[in-house]
Design a protein around this ligand. Structure first.
Ligand code: HEC
Ligand code: HEC
Length: 189
């Protein structure tokens, strides 16, 4: 019996079937919203492929434990174990990050650049060079999604546990929030 299983596994490895493991199966349900390989094609859905592992893990575990607000994802994640969420974070972090470059006009770009001065230390000048593993990339992320997230950080009634990000988002002037989102969304790297 043992021998039969070994032979079957060897056969699967040989044909490549063994490459699709349980994490890839779970990821298929995510890709329905987040796109193939976590590269989103919908403006309110973030691309998640290639984001730092620690950031992905933080967000998903905070949803599972209700420490972070979400419209739909929290409920979605209750059914997963911590180990499954960690494995998903590792899986997505290893995929390439593919920016979706969205054009913005010069005036908005200038406004966005000025308003992101204080963001540079952590996110880099274009959002593409985060200073640590808990900080997500912003370059070529969907503008609509970025704006929605900034609105959440700015609103005390919305549970978003990262205090520093919250304080920084609140320092933006109301009229700069959309420009900041468009500025990052337009960056190729
Ligand atoms: C029904 C659509 C849908 C499905 C299915 C889905 N997501 Fe999401 N996901 C979203 C939306 C919308 C957001 C934006 C945040 C929010 O509004 O909840 C999001 C946000 C995220 C974020 C935050 C990204 C960031 O940059 O902070 C992560 C991580 C994530 N999802 C991972 C996953 C994983 C892993 C799965 C599969 C287990 C999954 N999602 C399944 C819709 C979905
Ligand atoms: C002290 C470092 C720091 C500074 C300064 C900072 N950020 Fe962040 N930013 C982070 C971290 C860490 C996260 C992830 C926080 C979380 O888990 O909610 C984040 C998340 C974000 C997100 C959500 C992205 C996503 O994929 O969900 C946006 C948008 C963002 N930052 C924009 C800005 C802007 C605009 C500024 C300046 C006004 C700024 N940040 C300043 C560290 C920083």
């Amino acid at each position: 019996m043992k021998l039969h299983i070994a032979v079957a596994l060897a056969g699967m490895a040989f044909t490549g079937i063994a490459l699709a493991g349980p994490t890839e199966d779970l990821a298929r349900t995510c890709n329905a919203c987040h796109g193939v390989n976590g590269v989103s094609v919908g403006p309110s859905m973030p691309s998640i492929g290639g984001l730092p592992e620690a950031h992905l893990k933080n967000v998903m575990l905070q949803w599972k434990t209700d420490e972070r607000y979400s419209a739909t994802m929290g409920r979605h994640f209750k059914g997963y174990t911590e180990a499954e969420l960690s494995a998903l974070a590792t899986y997505y972090s290893k995929l390439p990050y593919v920016p979706t470059v969205q054009k913005a006009d010069d005036k908005i770009m200038a406004k966005g650049k000025e308003a992101t001065d204080r963001c540079e230390t952590c996110h880099g000048a274009t959002g593409g060079e985060p200073d640590d593993a808990e900080t997500p990339k912003l370059n070529g992320q969907w503008a609509q999604y970025l704006e929605l997230e900034l609105m959440k950080y700015r609103n005390d009634a919305v549970k978003m546990p990262h205090k520093k990000m919250r304080n920084n988002a609140k320092k933006l002037a109301d009229e700069d929030v959309a420009a900041v989102a468009e500025f990052y969304a337009a960056q190729p790297k």
